[in-house]
Design a protein around this ligand. Structure first.
Ligand code: NAP
Length: 338
């Protein structure tokens, strides 16, 4: 993409293959994960994309494939090894160079498509739950957008921690998906009154609420915490349009102004915390990244976590993948195959 904008900005281009420098790995990509954040990158609304790359930019936070070449000093991998990698952008490509620290051996049981769907959403869920929220067994956790990529990972991980999980979804066909992932209760906000149902299930409120809707639900999420309780904020997708591929700048401005500002005085009095983070800044935190991936691989190996449901698109159809994830109708993950 050479400029921010609509779906037509996504163009497949030929460039010379990148070359692995010292400490780096060239990956022949077999599959690339698509994330809702890539839409924000395309629209020029993603802060770390502006900070680290600017324009032009190739989106994409994650790939799976085989090692194509090794830079000097990389001795613990071999050409041809199947791997997974996280990357701060550039993942929608047939070849990608990344630092060795961002490369992980692919578990044999995962296909390349499944492997490319794992890192971004499971790392996001891991960080939200195990670095920030720390839910205890028996606590009540409410997950918004629970049939999506991150939401589905949150449901599974909160269940593995022994929590009672209330999943919120926006379409009736997602109800069964959330139940299959392990949710104890599913609220379909397209037909149920979201907060009335949430109050019926947890009259005293929730120990943890995970919210990437932004302005549409943030204030109500905060108000539905127990005392003590934690709200983890990790996205703002309700600011964006579901069709057309372009934001309304008037809506963005109004939503920005309407986004709640939480007062430390009130949070202290109410014993409610608001926590927030952006995964793309964590890829450089090697110890944390490796601890998280180790847990995720262990839990996948034991069946405590399962890979998300997948929809696969040819890389050349990336605009269709963006249109689909923007529409809010997808479940699980979308994957591009070059
Ligand atoms: N902070 C971080 O580091 C981080 C990392 C990864 C992802 N995220 C954020 O987490 C959220 C989920 O990401 P994902 O990749 O897993 O996507 P996803 O959940 O697979 O898809 C987005 C979901 O959000 C809901 N949604 C609500 N309002 C929407 C709107 N106006 N447009 C489109 N969808 C809307 C839809 O589900 P329902 O209608 O069922 O609610 C939709 O399926 C995104 O906001 C993303 O930016 C943040």
């Amino acid at each position: 993409m050479h400029r921010r904008g609509g779906l037509a900005r996504l163009r497949l281009e030929e460039h010379p293959d990148p070359v692995a420098g010292p400490g780096e790995v060239l990956i022949d990509v077999a599959a690339s994960g698509v994330n809702f954040a890539d839409v924000a990158v395309r629209l020029g609304l993603y802060a770390s994309a502006r900070e680290y790359v600017g324009w032009p930019i190739t989106p994409g936070f994650e790939v799976a494939g085989t090692v194509g070449a090794l830079g000097a000093e990389v001795r613990d991998l071999a050409v041809g090894d199947p791997v997974i990698a996280v990357t701060r952008f550039g993942g929608y490509a047939s070849h990608l160079v990344v630092d060795r620290a961002q490369v992980f051996r692919k578990p044999e049981a995962l296909s390349f498509e499944q492997a490319a769907a794992i890192p971004a959403v499971y790392l996001t869920a891991w960080y939200a739950l195990y670095e920030l929220a720390h839910p205890r067994a028996g606590q009540r956790v409410l997950v918004h957008s629970a049939a999506g990529g991150v939401g589905g990972a949150l449901v599974q991980m909160a269940k593995r921690s022994g929590c009672e999980v209330v999943a919120v979804v926006g379409r009736s066909e997602k109800v069964a998906v959330a139940h299959r992932l392990g949710a104890d209760h599913v609220i379909d906000k397209s037909s149920d009154r979201l907060w009335r149902s949430a109050e019926r299930i947890a009259p005293a409120g929730y120990d943890v609420i995970l919210d990437a809707n932004g302005v549409a639900t943030l204030r109500a999420s905060y108000n539905h915490l127990r005392r003590p309780g934690k709200l983890v904020v990790y996205g703002f997708h309700s600011m964006l349009p579901k069709r057309g591929g372009r934001p309304s700048y008037a809506k963005l401005a109004v939503d920005y102004l309407r986004t709640p500002r939480f007062s430390p005085l009130d949070m202290t009095d109410a014993s409610r915390s608001v926590l927030a983070f952006n995964l793309s800044y964590l890829f450089a935190e090697r110890a944390l990244l490796h601890a998280a991936m180790r847990d995720i691989f262990d839990w996948l190996a034991t069946g405590t976590l399962v890979p998300p449901p997948l929809a696969t698109y040819p890389l050349a159809d990336v605009a269709r993948a963006h249109a689909d994830i923007e529409s809010g109708t997808t479940v699980g993950k979308l994957v591009l195959v070059p």
